[in-house]
Structure formats: C-alpha cells, structure tokens
Design a protein around this ligand. Structure first.
Ligand code: HEC
Length: 156
C-alpha cells in the first residue's frame, strides 16, 4: 500500500526531468545562434552609463590600456598590432557605420569579443564596458562635428 504514492511520485519526477532536459537543449540551441538571436536582444539593451565628460574620461583610460594597440589611438583601426591580425579591427571614425550600431551592440562586442578580438567580460566591470561605448562614440562624433570656423571662412 505504501508503494502506490511513491510510484506516482517517481512518474512525476520523470516528467519533470524530461522538461528540464528539453529546457537545457533549448538553451544550448539558442546559444549556438547567439549572433542572431542574442544580438537582437543586445540591440534592446539600454546604456545605464549615459555619455558624460566623466564617463568619456574614464573610457579613454581603459581604451588606452586595452584597446589602442589594435584599434589605434584615433580609433581608426590602425593600431600597431592591427597589421598582425587576420581580421582588420573596426574603424570607429566611420560615422555611417557607428550610426547603424546601437550602444547595446557595441557593449555586446566588447563583452564577448569576436576572434581575433578577445572578450572583455572578465577583464573589466560592466560599468567600464559602457564607459568604453561612450568613449569610442567620440571618434566618429569628432569627424561629424564641423569645425565652428569652417563655414565662416567660406563666406566672402
Ligand atoms: C587583438 C586586437 C583587438 C583588441 C585588443 C581589441 N579589439 Fe575590438 N576588434 C578587433 C577586431 C579584429 C575587430 C573586428 C572583428 C570582426 O569584424 O569580426 C574588432 C571589433 C570591435 C568592435 C565591433 C565594431 C566594429 O567596428 O567592428 C568593437 C565595438 C570593438 N572592437 C571594441 C573594442 C574595445 C572597446 C576594445 C578594448 C576594450 C577592443 N575592441 C580591443 C580587434 C581588437
């Protein structure tokens, strides 16, 4: 008489275990299409560190230490190490490209990398990665921003 309920329990356990396994398979499958599914998720991330003088200054320091050797002091992808890489580092002065990339995508690339670019998730904090996003945006903003003197010199 004691066996009845425990058999029922073990059947439930089997069903639960089946769902757990199916869940894990689903998670594994979604990771394998990370570049598609999760990039769409990355696009929706809000930058919790809005661009400010402090964020940009902090970002510049981290950039000098971790990024400049590949992406270059001017963000043009021409750092001293760039020539040795199998893929050219991104050019952050390309204003058109930078407009098409939202903050969440830049943050995602910095976090997970893409060979030959290393991942930085365990090398710096979340906040530091957002500060980098704010900083690397300034490379294309400088290019876009016309010099205040330029239109005046064109006038007769
Ligand atoms: C070892 C060289 C190397 C280092 C160091 C490096 N990158 Fe990259 N980075 C690359 C390469 C190469 C790509 C292009 C990858 C691709 O297109 O597959 C890239 C792409 C990117 C992109 C994607 C956008 C674009 O323009 O292609 C971002 C954002 C980026 N890097 C930011 C950074 C930041 C911020 C750092 C410092 C924390 C950094 N990278 C350090 C080599 C590097």
């Amino acid at each position: 008489m004691q066996r009845g309920p425990s058999n029922k329990d073990s059947r439930w356990f089997g069903i639960v275990a089946l769902f757990v396994v199916l869940g894990l398979v689903g998670i594994a499958a979604s990771y394998s299409v990370r570049n598609w599914g999760l990039m769409a998720k990355a696009r929706k991330l809000k930058n919790p560190v809005p661009s400010s003088d402090e964020a940009i200054a902090a970002g510049r320091q981290i950039y000098t230490k971790h990024c400049e050797k590949c992406h270059g002091v001017n963000g043009d992808g021409k750092g001293p190490k760039a020539a040795d890489l199998s893929v050219a580092p991104g050019d952050f002065t390309d204003a058109h490209k930078m407009r098409t990339l939202v903050d969440g995508e830049l943050y995602w690339q910095i976090t997970y990398g893409r060979l030959p670019m290393p991942a930085f998730a365990d090398k710096m904090s979340d906040e530091e990665r957002w500060q980098l996003v704010d900083y690397i945006r300034t490379f294309s903003q400088n290019v876009q921003r016309p010099s205040p003197a330029a239109p005046a010199t064109l006038r007769p």
